[in-house]
Design a protein around this ligand. Sequence first.
Ligand SMILES: [Zn+2]
Length: 200
Amino acid sequence: MLKKNREWSARIQTESPGYLESVSRAQKPEILWVGCSDSRVGPDQLIGLPMGSVFVHRNIANLFATGDLNCLAVLEYAIDELKIPNIVVCGHYECGGIKAAMEHSGIQPVDLWLDQVRFVYQRHADTLNQLQPDKRANRLAELNVEAQVHNICRNTIVREAWRRGQKVNVIGVIYDIHDGLLKQLGIQYSSQEEWESGYS
Ligand SMILES: [Zn+2]
């Protein structure tokens, strides 16, 4: 790891002299990324934006848990301090967290965390139960993205920002792990009015 890091540092300082120094002075990210911790879905690789462009929050199954202090602190800092205009919730197909939520429950920390996915499942059980198991997990991953977008839009940090006229665009996308492409889900809200009409 350290060897790779030294190679990377040397390469970037040769190819782009002064770049690291300029980045070290401040960050001005355009995106708050809420994604899964899965090692295959890191945003730096997926969207190829330069350092300083993406403020990242990741956890198992890309949840925005309304009772989780970590989630709330990230959202507050992103909106109130960094004034990030775009929040992207990115789920992915073949998500181990989604599959685990469907397959078993329990009282271990991961099980308790994934209860939030089970709530999404229960809400959409009628349509999900008609699908084949592999398609069911992928559809649940999409529905879970939608649920997390609503959790973010429902939060007072976002609603206050909208009320005072700050630009906050909340978008849900899903990453297809088979072809490396991000797919839009038609979930996007940039005002309280838009969100309320979409939510109803
Ligand atoms: Zn995942």
